[in-house]
Design a protein around this ligand. Structure first.
Ligand code: SF4
Ligand code: SF4
Length: 414
């Protein structure tokens, strides 16, 4: 078996962790139709209106702090985000405040902590003073105008739009400078909105460019597949249906999928791009590629579920948890994690080794079908497929000649 990742790399990742995300509760005051914990999906724990106990979070922070305070912590960027996620994070503010207070007194000179939260804004009026005081980076979920937002309903089925807007307007009026610097919007694309609708509403009302995501298409229940497909929309197709899509695309820049694709293509295939100083030392062509585009565990973030499960991020099924915070200890076995990871990668390495897209692959291992038996990636590219994809990127560059300079000088991929 090829060893693609070692336990040492995992411990190093813990020491240099850029973000620690707590799922502070699985309770939510909304019941959005497409929520990843909702009716479409089957690969998450049952929701029980639980709250993540503060002592579990503190146990984990103490465990990680031994790495953050060790010589393994070599990251040039000492910033680290402590992030709060739900359910709806504002429903467990006791937890949020206790963790912030604990972090603020932590003896950890090598790291500088910042806070962030994803919220549906329903309770924002109650907690905005605190969030502003602690300079939280706030990501507010808003799907566009009232009709666009109509899948975001409360437990009685009422659209939450007006309650969200009143609170967001209040935050902007009361704290305009904070709003300008720290608030962003996150929208989900579906069959009741479009990229143009979302962009236009949020740009005109708040002068912000939203990040727009598609519905997560893994872990769909068999009996919900048709309904899911009716609800799902593709961002690129949606954008290109807009009348002034070029204008929107240019303004969104790397928030638009076309620029994201080009950025990745240029960064991976240009001989003039180096991800870090050490990559200057090697011949890119001769580097061994790890199968798939999966990040090394915990190099991007650590996600802790309300049940104390530890995952490398919130975008993968919770059955893939890699550690656990129990009532007494943090169970985290880097050797076992590396073994599991390597065994998955070995199962797909044959397919990836002949894939022409391996240098620019962004496919996460944990979202590939059949991972436990015979994984099959639907993004596999033969030579013709890569040529077609390259021609499309070149055509985009011909139409947008300024994009090359902009991407190479303004964008840093971390
Ligand atoms: S989705 Fe996969 S590749 Fe992306 S951050 Fe999560 S674990 Fe890493
Ligand atoms: S696109 Fe799929 S087959 Fe190709 S390298 Fe990525 S994971 Fe492997």
């Amino acid at each position: 078996m090829t060893e693609y990742i070692s336990s040492e790399q995992i411990y190093d990742a813990l020491a240099n962790l850029p973000q620690l995300v707590f799922e502070v509760t699985d309770a939510c005051n909304l019941k959005c139709k497409y929520c990843i914990y909702g009716e479409f999906y089957e690969d998450h724990d049952v929701r029980e209106n639980s709250m993540l106990p503060i002592d579990k979070a503190i146990r984990l922070i103490d465990y990680l702090n031994q790495y953050w305070n060790s010589p393994r912590c070599t990251s040039a960027n000492s910033y680290m985000y402590i992030s709060f996620y739900g359910g709806e994070a504002l429903m467990n503010m006791d937890f949020v405040k206790a963790v912030v207070a604990y972090i603020e007194q932590l003896d950890c000179p090598r790291r500088e902590f910042r806070f962030s939260m994803t919220t549906n804004a329903i309770l924002l009026h109650r907690h905005m003073d605190y969030l502003v005081e602690k300079k939280f980076n706030l990501l507010i979920s808003l799907d566009g105008n009232e009709y666009n937002h109509s899948y975001r309903v409360d437990h009685s089925g009422r659209n939450s739009f007006s309650r969200v807007i009143i609170n967001v307007d209040l935050l902007q009026d009361r704290y305009p400078e904070y709003f300008r610097r720290y608030v962003n919007f996150n929208s989900v694309l579906h069959n009741r909105n479009s990229v143009a609708d979302i962009y236009t509403f949020i740009k005109q009302r708040y002068d912000k460019i939203p990040s727009i995501g598609e519905l997560n298409n893994s872990g769909i229940r068999d009996d919900k597949k048709k309904e899911f497909n009716d609800t799902y929309r593709n961002t690129m197709e949606s954008l290109h249906q807009a009348e002034h899509y070029e204008e929107i695309e240019n303004d969104m820049f790397v928030s638009a999928e076309s620029y994201q694709g080009l950025m990745l293509y240029l960064h991976q295939y240009s001989g003039y791009h180096f991800g870090d100083y050490t990559s200057l030392l090697f011949d890119k062509e001769k580097l061994r590629y790890r199968p798939t585009g999966t990040c090394s565990p915990f190099t991007k973030k650590m996600f802790v579920t309300v049940n104390g499960k530890i995952l490398p991020c919130e975008r993968i099924g919770q059955q893939h948890y890699m550690g656990l915070i129990t009532d007494d200890e943090v169970v985290f076995d880097a050797h076992a994690i590396a073994d599991l990871f390597n065994s998955y990668l070995n199962r797909i390495e044959k397919q990836c080794s002949s894939c022409q897209n391996k240098a620019a692959c962004t496919q996460c291992l944990f979202n590939i079908e059949g991972l436990n038996n015979q994984p099959q990636c639907h993004g596999y590219m033969n030579k013709q497929a890569l040529l077609r994809a390259s021609s499309a990127k070149m055509a985009f560059l011909r139409d947008h000649p300024e994009a090359y300079r902009k991407i190479m000088t303004e964008v840093i991929i971390t």
